[in-house]
Design a protein around this ligand. Sequence first.
Ligand SMILES: [Mg+2]
Length: 219
Amino acid sequence: MFGLIDGNSFYCSCERAFDPKLRNKPLIVLSNNDGCAIARTPEAKKLGVKMGAPWHLIKDKPEMKTVVWRSSNYELYGDMSRRMYQVLEDIFPAVEPYSIDEMFLDFRGLTDAYARSHVARDQVRKIAKIPTCVGIGHTKTIAKLANAIAKDEPKFLPKPGEKHVTALFIEVDDFEDVLERLKGYPITMEERTTFYGTREIGVNEPGGHAVVFAKHTGA
Ligand SMILES: [Mg+2]
């Protein structure tokens, strides 16, 4: 079994860690030269700020009035990423960084992986000040998918004592966002079909509601 822990709205969470005034506010972080939105809190997403949106084109819209923005600070984000890693290193025997805010956790040989995952979320939030979600699966691919789903619905995290995560069935508001996050990840077509199933994908459904069906069928 593998876990994937991922910082929620990571750059925004890093900014919030050092400026409590930003909590609960719609916050975005802009790319170099303050060009485009590259991180958004759920509050900002709700107001309609899309990933990659050029700020100068949307900032004068009335609905953007309450949005707070910050220039990106990669030194800070790298430092926060290291803090996150250090916390995890104390909890799991093997941690493999995957991106600045994502780390794979190797659960092989552990009998208390779920309990440790809950501890990890608590500790990373407490010590590194970053809220996270953990996805768990038989392969790294499934852990990654489970994480993408968990991020929208943390209540779907496996509970301590659950033996296996063989299937996840969930409705998500922003299916495009889930797909976007999985982009570039080496998922084979066969796995994609298994995960999403052609019928279950409702990308074009009115209202943007979609059902993701994730099922591990291999041994
Ligand atoms: Mg993230």
